[in-house]
Design a binder for this molecule. Structure first.
Ligand SMILES: [Zn+2]
Ligand SMILES: [Zn+2]
Length: 372
Protein backbone atom coordinates (compact mmCIF):
# COMPACT_ATOMS: atom_id res chain seq x y z
CA UNK A 1 0.00 0.00 0.00
CA UNK A 2 1.20 3.50 -0.76
CA UNK A 3 2.58 5.42 2.18
CA UNK A 4 0.87 8.69 1.35
CA UNK A 5 -2.89 8.43 1.07
CA UNK A 6 -3.88 10.08 -2.15
CA UNK A 7 -7.28 11.44 -2.98
CA UNK A 8 -9.33 8.75 -4.68
CA UNK A 9 -11.05 11.15 -7.07
CA UNK A 10 -7.69 12.58 -8.07
CA UNK A 11 -6.32 9.06 -8.64
CA UNK A 12 -9.14 8.25 -11.01
CA UNK A 13 -9.08 11.72 -12.55
CA UNK A 14 -12.76 12.39 -12.02
CA UNK A 15 -14.78 15.20 -10.42
CA UNK A 16 -16.13 14.71 -6.92
CA UNK A 17 -19.64 14.70 -8.33
CA UNK A 18 -18.86 12.06 -10.97
CA UNK A 19 -21.58 9.54 -11.73
CA UNK A 20 -21.16 5.83 -11.23
CA UNK A 21 -20.77 5.37 -14.99
CA UNK A 22 -18.08 8.07 -15.21
CA UNK A 23 -16.13 6.46 -12.37
CA UNK A 24 -16.34 3.05 -13.98
CA UNK A 25 -15.28 4.44 -17.34
CA UNK A 26 -12.30 6.26 -15.83
CA UNK A 27 -11.19 3.16 -14.01
CA UNK A 28 -11.46 0.94 -17.07
CA UNK A 29 -9.37 3.36 -19.10
CA UNK A 30 -6.70 3.67 -16.40
CA UNK A 31 -6.66 -0.07 -15.81
CA UNK A 32 -6.01 -0.72 -19.48
CA UNK A 33 -3.20 1.79 -19.46
CA UNK A 34 -1.56 0.70 -16.22
CA UNK A 35 -2.04 -3.02 -16.46
CA UNK A 36 1.42 -4.55 -15.88
CA UNK A 37 0.99 -6.78 -18.90
CA UNK A 38 0.68 -3.67 -21.05
CA UNK A 39 2.60 -0.91 -19.34
CA UNK A 40 6.37 -0.94 -19.32
CA UNK A 41 6.60 1.67 -16.54
CA UNK A 42 8.29 0.38 -13.40
CA UNK A 43 5.69 1.89 -11.09
CA UNK A 44 2.71 0.59 -13.09
CA UNK A 45 1.85 -2.27 -10.69
CA UNK A 46 1.86 0.08 -7.69
CA UNK A 47 -0.21 2.71 -9.47
CA UNK A 48 -2.53 0.04 -10.75
CA UNK A 49 -3.12 -1.12 -7.19
CA UNK A 50 -3.88 2.42 -6.01
CA UNK A 51 -6.32 2.98 -8.81
CA UNK A 52 -8.04 -0.34 -8.14
CA UNK A 53 -8.37 0.61 -4.49
CA UNK A 54 -9.83 4.02 -5.38
CA UNK A 55 -12.31 2.31 -7.65
CA UNK A 56 -13.26 -0.21 -5.01
CA UNK A 57 -14.15 2.61 -2.60
CA UNK A 58 -15.87 4.95 -5.06
CA UNK A 59 -17.86 2.27 -6.87
CA UNK A 60 -19.69 1.36 -3.68
CA UNK A 61 -22.31 3.92 -2.59
CA UNK A 62 -21.77 3.26 1.09
CA UNK A 63 -17.99 3.47 1.17
CA UNK A 64 -18.05 6.43 -1.21
CA UNK A 65 -20.34 8.35 1.15
CA UNK A 66 -18.09 7.51 4.08
CA UNK A 67 -15.06 8.67 2.13
CA UNK A 68 -16.78 11.87 0.96
CA UNK A 69 -17.69 12.80 4.51
CA UNK A 70 -14.68 11.70 6.49
CA UNK A 71 -11.92 10.80 4.04
CA UNK A 72 -9.47 7.97 4.55
CA UNK A 73 -9.84 8.11 8.31
CA UNK A 74 -13.60 7.68 7.95
CA UNK A 75 -13.15 4.49 5.94
CA UNK A 76 -10.91 3.06 8.62
CA UNK A 77 -13.29 4.01 11.40
CA UNK A 78 -16.19 2.55 9.44
CA UNK A 79 -14.41 -0.81 9.43
CA UNK A 80 -13.69 -0.68 5.70
CA UNK A 81 -10.55 -2.50 4.64
CA UNK A 82 -9.52 -2.25 1.01
CA UNK A 83 -8.88 -5.54 -0.74
CA UNK A 84 -5.17 -6.29 -0.94
CA UNK A 85 -5.13 -7.30 -4.57
CA UNK A 86 -2.84 -10.09 -5.63
CA UNK A 87 -0.85 -8.61 -8.48
CA UNK A 88 -0.09 -12.11 -9.74
CA UNK A 89 -3.71 -12.59 -10.53
CA UNK A 90 -4.94 -9.32 -11.94
CA UNK A 91 -7.56 -10.93 -14.11
CA UNK A 92 -9.47 -11.66 -10.91
CA UNK A 93 -9.75 -7.99 -10.13
CA UNK A 94 -11.71 -7.45 -13.30
CA UNK A 95 -13.95 -10.43 -12.88
CA UNK A 96 -14.59 -9.21 -9.32
CA UNK A 97 -15.52 -5.71 -10.51
CA UNK A 98 -17.03 -6.26 -13.91
CA UNK A 99 -17.98 -9.91 -13.99
CA UNK A 100 -15.86 -10.35 -17.09
CA UNK A 101 -12.25 -10.54 -18.05
CA UNK A 102 -11.11 -7.22 -19.38
CA UNK A 103 -8.07 -8.64 -21.07
CA UNK A 104 -9.56 -11.82 -22.35
CA UNK A 105 -7.10 -13.74 -20.24
CA UNK A 106 -7.97 -16.93 -18.54
CA UNK A 107 -6.53 -17.47 -15.12
CA UNK A 108 -3.70 -19.97 -14.91
CA UNK A 109 -4.71 -23.55 -15.50
CA UNK A 110 -8.27 -22.44 -16.16
CA UNK A 111 -8.96 -22.13 -12.47
CA UNK A 112 -11.21 -19.15 -11.80
CA UNK A 113 -12.32 -17.54 -8.60
CA UNK A 114 -15.99 -18.11 -7.87
CA UNK A 115 -18.44 -15.22 -7.90
CA UNK A 116 -19.54 -13.22 -4.87
CA UNK A 117 -23.07 -13.28 -3.59
CA UNK A 118 -25.04 -11.06 -1.24
CA UNK A 119 -27.64 -11.69 1.41
CA UNK A 120 -29.63 -9.22 3.47
CA UNK A 121 -30.19 -9.60 7.19
CA UNK A 122 -32.56 -7.54 9.32
CA UNK A 123 -31.80 -7.10 13.00
CA UNK A 124 -33.29 -5.08 15.85
CA UNK A 125 -31.56 -2.06 17.37
CA UNK A 126 -31.16 -4.13 20.55
CA UNK A 127 -29.15 -6.71 18.55
CA UNK A 128 -26.93 -3.96 17.15
CA UNK A 129 -26.47 -2.72 20.71
CA UNK A 130 -25.48 -6.05 22.22
CA UNK A 131 -24.03 -7.77 19.17
CA UNK A 132 -25.45 -11.13 18.19
CA UNK A 133 -25.06 -14.25 16.14
CA UNK A 134 -27.60 -14.84 13.41
CA UNK A 135 -28.10 -17.55 10.85
CA UNK A 136 -28.24 -16.56 7.20
CA UNK A 137 -29.35 -18.79 4.34
CA UNK A 138 -28.46 -18.37 0.70
CA UNK A 139 -27.90 -20.30 -2.50
CA UNK A 140 -24.43 -20.85 -3.87
CA UNK A 141 -22.85 -22.82 -6.65
CA UNK A 142 -20.83 -25.61 -5.11
CA UNK A 143 -18.52 -28.19 -6.57
CA UNK A 144 -20.53 -31.05 -8.08
CA UNK A 145 -20.25 -34.16 -5.94
CA UNK A 146 -20.76 -36.56 -8.85
CA UNK A 147 -17.84 -35.43 -11.03
CA UNK A 148 -15.78 -33.71 -8.32
CA UNK A 149 -15.98 -30.52 -10.30
CA UNK A 150 -14.29 -31.54 -13.53
CA UNK A 151 -17.63 -31.81 -15.36
CA UNK A 152 -16.92 -35.23 -16.83
CA UNK A 153 -19.22 -38.18 -16.19
CA UNK A 154 -17.57 -40.59 -13.71
CA UNK A 155 -15.46 -43.11 -15.59
CA UNK A 156 -14.50 -40.53 -18.22
CA UNK A 157 -12.02 -37.66 -18.12
CA UNK A 158 -11.80 -34.27 -19.79
CA UNK A 159 -9.47 -34.34 -22.79
CA UNK A 160 -6.94 -31.81 -24.09
CA UNK A 161 -8.64 -29.03 -26.05
CA UNK A 162 -7.99 -29.50 -29.79
CA UNK A 163 -8.31 -25.76 -30.52
CA UNK A 164 -5.47 -24.55 -28.33
CA UNK A 165 -3.66 -27.82 -27.68
CA UNK A 166 -4.18 -27.38 -23.97
CA UNK A 167 -2.63 -23.92 -23.63
CA UNK A 168 -5.97 -22.28 -22.84
CA UNK A 169 -4.98 -19.16 -24.75
CA UNK A 170 -4.83 -18.16 -28.37
CA UNK A 171 -3.00 -15.20 -29.95
CA UNK A 172 -5.17 -12.42 -31.24
CA UNK A 173 -3.96 -9.45 -33.23
CA UNK A 174 -6.00 -6.29 -33.20
CA UNK A 175 -5.32 -3.01 -34.94
CA UNK A 176 -6.08 0.36 -33.52
CA UNK A 177 -5.00 3.97 -34.03
CA UNK A 178 -2.12 3.22 -31.68
CA UNK A 179 -0.85 0.46 -33.91
CA UNK A 180 -0.91 -3.26 -33.83
CA UNK A 181 -1.68 -4.87 -30.51
CA UNK A 182 -1.02 -8.54 -29.97
CA UNK A 183 -2.61 -10.15 -27.02
CA UNK A 184 -3.36 -13.60 -25.77
CA UNK A 185 -7.06 -14.26 -25.46
CA UNK A 186 -8.96 -17.06 -23.82
CA UNK A 187 -9.42 -20.00 -26.15
CA UNK A 188 -13.01 -20.09 -27.42
CA UNK A 189 -12.98 -23.88 -27.57
CA UNK A 190 -12.41 -24.45 -23.86
CA UNK A 191 -12.97 -20.98 -22.33
CA UNK A 192 -9.35 -21.01 -21.22
CA UNK A 193 -9.29 -24.25 -19.27
CA UNK A 194 -7.24 -26.10 -21.89
CA UNK A 195 -9.48 -29.12 -21.59
CA UNK A 196 -12.87 -30.09 -22.91
CA UNK A 197 -15.45 -32.52 -21.58
CA UNK A 198 -16.68 -35.06 -24.13
CA UNK A 199 -19.11 -36.90 -21.85
CA UNK A 200 -20.75 -34.31 -19.57
CA UNK A 201 -21.60 -35.26 -16.01
CA UNK A 202 -25.33 -36.02 -15.73
CA UNK A 203 -25.82 -34.16 -12.50
CA UNK A 204 -24.26 -30.81 -13.42
CA UNK A 205 -24.48 -31.07 -17.20
CA UNK A 206 -20.73 -30.67 -17.48
CA UNK A 207 -20.63 -27.42 -15.50
CA UNK A 208 -18.77 -28.97 -12.58
CA UNK A 209 -20.91 -26.97 -10.18
CA UNK A 210 -24.45 -27.21 -8.87
CA UNK A 211 -26.60 -24.74 -6.91
CA UNK A 212 -27.27 -25.63 -3.32
CA UNK A 213 -28.60 -24.03 -0.17
CA UNK A 214 -26.10 -23.03 2.45
CA UNK A 215 -26.61 -21.65 5.91
CA UNK A 216 -24.05 -19.99 8.11
CA UNK A 217 -23.93 -18.34 11.50
CA UNK A 218 -22.80 -14.75 11.22
CA UNK A 219 -21.30 -12.84 14.12
CA UNK A 220 -22.73 -9.36 14.13
CA UNK A 221 -20.41 -7.01 16.01
CA UNK A 222 -21.88 -4.70 18.64
CA UNK A 223 -22.32 -1.18 17.32
CA UNK A 224 -22.94 -2.11 13.69
CA UNK A 225 -24.68 0.55 11.63
CA UNK A 226 -27.63 0.18 9.32
CA UNK A 227 -26.48 -0.79 5.81
CA UNK A 228 -23.02 -2.03 6.74
CA UNK A 229 -21.77 -5.20 5.15
CA UNK A 230 -20.01 -8.16 6.68
CA UNK A 231 -17.80 -10.10 4.31
CA UNK A 232 -17.62 -13.86 4.71
CA UNK A 233 -14.51 -14.78 2.80
CA UNK A 234 -14.59 -17.89 0.65
CA UNK A 235 -18.24 -18.69 1.42
CA UNK A 236 -19.59 -17.61 -1.98
CA UNK A 237 -19.83 -19.49 -5.24
CA UNK A 238 -17.29 -22.27 -5.74
CA UNK A 239 -14.49 -21.46 -8.17
CA UNK A 240 -14.08 -23.18 -11.52
CA UNK A 241 -11.57 -26.03 -11.82
CA UNK A 242 -10.45 -25.84 -8.23
CA UNK A 243 -10.21 -22.01 -8.12
CA UNK A 244 -10.97 -20.25 -4.83
CA UNK A 245 -14.57 -19.62 -3.84
CA UNK A 246 -16.04 -16.10 -3.93
CA UNK A 247 -17.23 -14.18 -0.90
CA UNK A 248 -20.63 -13.61 0.66
CA UNK A 249 -21.58 -10.06 1.59
CA UNK A 250 -24.12 -9.88 4.39
CA UNK A 251 -25.87 -6.52 4.29
CA UNK A 252 -27.14 -5.73 7.77
CA UNK A 253 -30.27 -3.63 8.09
CA UNK A 254 -31.05 -2.29 11.55
CA UNK A 255 -34.80 -1.92 12.09
CA UNK A 256 -36.20 1.30 13.55
CA UNK A 257 -37.05 1.20 17.23
CA UNK A 258 -40.06 3.31 18.18
CA UNK A 259 -38.55 4.24 21.54
CA UNK A 260 -35.23 5.49 20.22
CA UNK A 261 -33.62 7.47 17.46
CA UNK A 262 -30.01 6.67 16.61
CA UNK A 263 -27.56 9.47 15.90
CA UNK A 264 -24.22 7.87 15.08
CA UNK A 265 -23.23 6.21 18.33
CA UNK A 266 -25.65 8.30 20.39
CA UNK A 267 -29.21 7.40 21.22
CA UNK A 268 -31.99 9.97 21.48
CA UNK A 269 -35.15 9.39 23.47
CA UNK A 270 -38.01 11.63 24.56
CA UNK A 271 -39.62 11.65 27.98
CA UNK A 272 -43.10 13.02 28.62
CA UNK A 273 -43.70 15.00 31.81
CA UNK A 274 -47.13 16.40 32.66
CA UNK A 275 -47.25 20.14 33.33
CA UNK A 276 -47.62 19.30 37.01
CA UNK A 277 -44.60 16.93 37.04
CA UNK A 278 -42.55 19.54 35.21
CA UNK A 279 -43.61 22.29 37.64
CA UNK A 280 -43.27 20.29 40.85
CA UNK A 281 -40.43 17.95 39.89
CA UNK A 282 -40.79 14.19 39.48
CA UNK A 283 -38.95 10.91 39.21
CA UNK A 284 -39.89 9.01 36.07
CA UNK A 285 -38.78 5.83 34.38
CA UNK A 286 -36.89 6.27 31.08
CA UNK A 287 -36.04 3.40 28.72
CA UNK A 288 -32.42 2.81 27.66
CA UNK A 289 -31.05 -0.06 25.58
CA UNK A 290 -29.63 -1.36 28.84
CA UNK A 291 -33.03 -1.38 30.58
CA UNK A 292 -35.16 1.29 32.27
CA UNK A 293 -33.55 3.89 34.50
CA UNK A 294 -35.18 6.22 37.02
CA UNK A 295 -34.52 9.88 36.30
CA UNK A 296 -35.18 12.69 38.72
CA UNK A 297 -36.35 15.98 37.25
CA UNK A 298 -36.13 19.19 39.25
CA UNK A 299 -39.12 21.44 39.91
CA UNK A 300 -39.39 23.89 37.02
CA UNK A 301 -38.12 21.49 34.35
CA UNK A 302 -38.69 23.09 30.95
CA UNK A 303 -39.77 21.49 27.66
CA UNK A 304 -36.79 20.84 25.38
CA UNK A 305 -34.35 20.37 28.22
CA UNK A 306 -31.88 17.59 27.54
CA UNK A 307 -30.41 15.14 30.00
CA UNK A 308 -27.32 13.26 28.91
CA UNK A 309 -26.82 9.72 30.18
CA UNK A 310 -23.11 9.15 29.62
CA UNK A 311 -22.16 5.82 28.13
CA UNK A 312 -25.76 4.70 27.65
CA UNK A 313 -25.55 4.93 23.87
CA UNK A 314 -24.36 2.43 21.27
CA UNK A 315 -20.99 0.65 21.55
CA UNK A 316 -18.46 2.08 19.13
CA UNK A 317 -17.92 -0.49 16.37
CA UNK A 318 -14.65 -2.41 16.73
CA UNK A 319 -13.37 0.03 19.32
CA UNK A 320 -13.72 0.71 22.97
CA UNK A 321 -16.23 3.13 24.38
CA UNK A 322 -19.86 3.94 23.99
CA UNK A 323 -21.98 6.84 22.84
CA UNK A 324 -24.37 8.67 25.13
CA UNK A 325 -28.11 8.66 25.45
CA UNK A 326 -29.75 12.06 25.31
CA UNK A 327 -33.16 12.35 26.90
CA UNK A 328 -35.25 15.26 25.65
CA UNK A 329 -38.02 16.56 27.87
CA UNK A 330 -41.45 16.96 26.38
CA UNK A 331 -44.08 18.63 28.57
CA UNK A 332 -47.58 17.37 27.94
CA UNK A 333 -50.25 20.06 28.10
CA UNK A 334 -53.78 18.89 29.00
CA UNK A 335 -56.13 18.77 26.04
CA UNK A 336 -59.44 18.08 27.78
CA UNK A 337 -60.36 19.54 31.14
CA UNK A 338 -63.26 18.87 33.48
CA UNK A 339 -65.07 21.94 34.84
CA UNK A 340 -63.30 21.43 38.16
CA UNK A 341 -59.84 21.28 36.53
CA UNK A 342 -60.55 24.36 34.48
CA UNK A 343 -61.59 26.24 37.63
CA UNK A 344 -58.41 25.20 39.44
CA UNK A 345 -56.19 26.26 36.55
CA UNK A 346 -57.95 29.63 36.29
CA UNK A 347 -57.47 30.08 39.99
CA UNK A 348 -53.79 29.18 39.62
CA UNK A 349 -53.40 31.68 36.79
CA UNK A 350 -54.94 34.45 38.88
CA UNK A 351 -52.44 33.77 41.62
CA UNK A 352 -49.47 33.85 39.20
CA UNK A 353 -47.24 36.76 38.30
CA UNK A 354 -43.88 37.35 36.62
CA UNK A 355 -42.09 35.76 39.54
CA UNK A 356 -43.90 32.46 38.91
CA UNK A 357 -42.22 32.11 35.51
CA UNK A 358 -38.96 33.92 36.19
CA UNK A 359 -35.87 32.22 34.78
CA UNK A 360 -33.14 31.11 37.12
CA UNK A 361 -29.83 32.85 36.79
CA UNK A 362 -27.70 30.73 34.50
CA UNK A 363 -30.61 28.98 32.85
CA UNK A 364 -28.96 29.10 29.48
CA UNK A 365 -25.69 27.92 30.91
CA UNK A 366 -27.44 24.89 32.34
CA UNK A 367 -29.11 24.17 29.04
CA UNK A 368 -25.81 24.49 27.23
CA UNK A 369 -24.02 22.13 29.57
CA UNK A 370 -26.82 19.60 29.18
CA UNK A 371 -26.42 19.72 25.43
CA UNK A 372 -22.71 19.21 25.55
ZN1 LIG B 1 -20.91 -32.97 -12.18
ZN1 LIG C 1 -8.78 -24.50 -25.88
Amino acid sequence: MATAERDYYELLGVERGATEAEIKKAFRALARELHPDVSKEADAPERFKEVAQAYEVLSNAESRKLYDQYGHAGLKRGGFTPTDFDLGNLGDIFSAFFGDDLFGRAARGGAGRGGDTAVRLQIELADAYAGSTRRVEFEVASTCGRCDGDGAEPGTSPVTCPTCGGAGRVQQVSRSVFGEFVRAGACPGCSGSGRVVETPCEQCDGQGRTMSAKSLDVDIPAGIHDGQQIRLRGEGHAGANGGPAGDVYVEVRVADDERFERDGNDILAAVDLTIVQAALGATVSVPTLDGDVELEFEPGTQPGMVRTLRGKGMPVLQRFGRGDQRVIVNVAVPRRLTDEQRRLLEQFEQGSDEETYRRDEGFFEKLRSALR
